[in-house]
Ligand binder design. Sequence first.
Ligand SMILES: *Cc1c(COP(=O)(O)O)cnc(C)c1O
Length: 387
Amino acid sequence: MKGSFPIQKFENIKTPFYYYNTALLRRTLDCIRAEIGNNSDYHLHYAVKANANPKVLNIISQAGFGADCVSGGEIQAAIDAGFHPSEIVFAGVGKSDWEINLALDHNIGQFNVESIPELEVINLLAGAKGKKARVAFRINPNVGAHTHANITTGLSENKFGIAMEDMEAVITLAQNMTNVEFTGLHFHIGSQILEMGDFVALCNRINELQERLERHHISVASINVGGGLGIDYEHPEEEPVPNFKDYFNTYRKHLRLRPGQQLHFELGRAVVGQCGSLITRVLYVKKATYKQFAIVDAGMTDLIRPALYQATHAIENLSSNEPEETYDVVGPICESSDVFAKAYDLNKCSRGHFLALRSAGAYGEIMASHYNCRELPRGYVTEDFAE
Ligand SMILES: *Cc1c(COP(=O)(O)O)cnc(C)c1O
């Protein structure tokens, strides 16, 4: 046992695989609960796209959270895991008819609508079922976030949401439709955001938009601020539960809610990121002229974040306490971007050692692919290794 990893129990399991520390997941969920406190106007919808492992989803649904889905498949996964349909919100720029119909059949809580053509289709499909769909509009607030360019979503140049200048027009359009009910506004500015100032900027923008709507006598039942809170990838052990206190206090302090207005959050990464690790074995240590490689059996097909957005994950050698040496940690995939870390210090590696790529609970297992005809990695939770 090194750290909190039951490595002797890993011996008979095929690598690579994901390992989820469910005690940490539960601690994280408890912390969110405690920060939301007894404020029944605050609602958390876990963003399923971060990790849809059924065991992980189950724990989150049992903790009483709702779900934020971006596809029909996610809606189905959320319902299968026990999330109550009325606590499901459905976002996405390109919802297919079957996905909208699935959401309508389950009477989900709310559609987060991203365009007028989409609104028209939802109105039509709801009409065919004799239903009224609750819709919020995702507004593009043109607020930047200090994060990687590929994961900012709230700038005018991004494909997401409806332009601010069109806000009153789309709301009026919805209010005149028979089969939709306008419920509120939705925002999401990006992911892996660690500067609270970015969320303050979003609050200021929402305050401004609300005042504009009030001048048009449009009232808004709910505000959904999306997710985006980041985690500490460099030091997974230092603060394994993200700073939810600062996060929720930022909204408490800067967002001016109207009496009775409901506030919805859609956190993904911050909920599951630190509880997962990708466990892989060293296949070969290869010495080159100026460096050495630790070639592992996990690759970008199992964890694509480093290749996709130059993300870094802390790595630990779970099988060795020998003095550290410096390695490039690389996978077996036939792509030069299949590199987990360069010039990384690890306890001396030998064939067969287990390495843990930490903080891989979010956008890890769920993004795995079959490229190179590889099998998808399996996901195990702490309880799978109980005596
Ligand atoms: C991805 C996404 C989230 C979750 O983002 P995190 O950074 O994982 O918290 C929330 N809402 C929407 C609409 C999303 O697309």
